[in-house]
Ligand binder design. Structure first.
Ligand code: GH3
Ligand code: MG
Ligand code: MG
Ligand code: MG
Length: 297
C-alpha cells in the first residue's frame, strides 16, 4: 500500500514544492497550512508520516508532534531552520522520528522519509510477532483452548479480585471418562481428534466471561468469575449433558460417544490457590467414584 504523507507548512511555495516532490517520489500526499488543519486531516485519514515545519501560526510544530505522539500512530519528521534554533531537539524528545534543516534538500528528505517508513514497518512486524508469540505462549496447540500456564496466571488474578472485592468465583475441573480405553481401541491420533472436538463443545457451552483451559492431557479447567457454587453446578450440568449427547464421529465410524466427569467448587475468601484447585480435583474424583458422567461439588 502506498504510504500517505502529510506536509504541514504555512509557506505556500514550500508546501506546494514538497507536495509535488513527495507525489513524484511515489507517495500519496496531503498538505495543511497549520497544525490545526493537520489534526483535522489526521482525524479522518490514516497517515504514515507527518512532515511538519516547527514555526507555524497558532499551534506550533512541537505541540503538533506532542499531540500526534500521544494520541495518534503517525511518525513525525520536523523541519527547522539552521541558526541557533535547537527546537528540533525538543521535537525529537517529544517523539519525532527525524528532522531536516531548512531550506530542505529534497533528496535528503526522501532518504530520511524512506528510513522512517522502513523502521515503521519493521516495528509493526515486531509488534505483530510479539502478539503472535504472546498468543502462542498461552494457547494449547491441540485444542486451541488456553494452556495450563495461562490457567494459573488467570486464576491468580481472579483470586486477587475475589479477595479484594468479595466477588464470587467458581472452578470446574473435568476429565474424560475411560479415555485410555478409547486410545487403546482407536489409537492416539483418534484420541487427539476427540480432544479437539471436546474443546469446541466446551467453548460452545460457556458464557462470555468464562474461560476454558487444557489443564493436562485429557483434563480441562474452566474459571467462572462472579459465579457461586450453585450457578457453577448448572454450567457443569449443561456441559456434561452437551458432551454426552454429542456425536463425536468424524465420519470414519458411526456414533462416537464420550462422557466426562466434572468437579465443581466455589472459592473461599483468602484461600490458597492450591487448596482451591485441589478441592475441584477431589470433587471430580467423587464423580468418577459415583460411576462417571457425573457432576460433584
Ligand atoms: P478415567 O479418567 O475415567 O478414570 O479413565 P481414563 O482412562 O480416562 O484415565 P487415566 O488417567 O487412567 O488415563 C488418561 C488417558 O488419557 C491416558 C492417555 O491414554 C489419555 N491421554 C492423555 N493425554 C492425551 C492426549 O494428549 N492425547 C490422547 N490421544 N490421549 C491422551
Ligand atoms: Mg513556518
Ligand atoms: Mg485424567
Ligand atoms: Mg480420564
Amino acid at each position: 500500500m502506498t504510504a500517505h504523507i502529510l506536509i504541514v507548512d504555512d509557506d505556500l511555495s514550500i508546501r506546494d514544492a514538497m507536495h509535488e516532490f513527495i507525489e513524484m517520489s511515489g507517495y500519496v500526499s496531503t498538505v495543511a497550512s497549520s497544525a490545526e488543519e493537520a489534526l483535522d486531516v489526521l482525524t479522518t485519514n490514516s497517515v504514515e508520516v507527518v512532515i511538519t515545519d516547527i514555526m507555524l501560526p497558532g499551534m506550533d510544530g512541537l505541540a503538533l508532534t506532542d499531540h500526534i505522539k500521544r494520541k495518534g500512530d503517525s511518525d513525525v519528521i520536523v523541519m527547522t531552520g539552521y541558526s541557533t534554533d535547537y527546537s528540533y531537539e525538543e521535537a525529537i524528545s517529544k517523539g519525532a522520528s527525524d528532522f531536516v534543516f531548512k531550506p530542505v534538500r529534497f533528496e535528503e528528505l526522501l532518504l530520511r522519509l524512506k528510513r522512517v517508513l522502513k523502521e515503521r514497518s519493521l516495528n509493526h512486524e515486531r509488534i505483530r510477532m510479539l502478539d503472535e508469540l504472546k498468543k502462542l505462549s498461552i494457547t494449547d496447540g491441540l485444542t486451541q483452548l488456553y494452556n495450563s500456564r495461562h490457567f494459573y496466571s488467570q486464576l491468580k488474578g481472579e483470586i486477587e479480585r475475589c479477595n479484594r472485592y468479595e466477588h464470587k468465583l467458581s472452578l470446574l475441573l473435568l476429565d474424560i471418562d475411560n479415555f485410555k480405553e478409547y486410545n487403546d481401541s482407536y489409537g492416539h491420533l483418534e484420541g487427539d481428534k476427540i480432544l479437539v472436538r471436546l474443546g469446541r463443545v466446551i467453548r460452545s457451552c460457556l458464557r462470555k466471561m468464562d474461560t476454558a483451559y487444557r489443564y493436562g492431557g485429557e483434563e480441562f479447567t474452566i474459571i467462572l468469575p462472579d459465579t457461586d457454587g450453585d450457578e457453577a453446578r448448572t454450567v457443569a450440568e449443561r456441559l456434561r449433558t452437551a458432551v454426552s449427547s454429542e456425536d463425536f464421529t468424524d465420519g470414519s465410524r458411526p456414533d462416537v460417544r464420550i462422557t466426562i466427569s466434572i468437579g465443581v467448587t466455589q472459592y473461599f475468601q483468602e484461600e490458597k490457590i492450591a487448596s482451591f484447585v485441589q478441592r475441584a480435583d477431589q470433587a471430580m474424583y467423587r464423580s468418577k467414584q459415583a460411576g462417571r458422567n457425573k457432576v460433584s461439588c
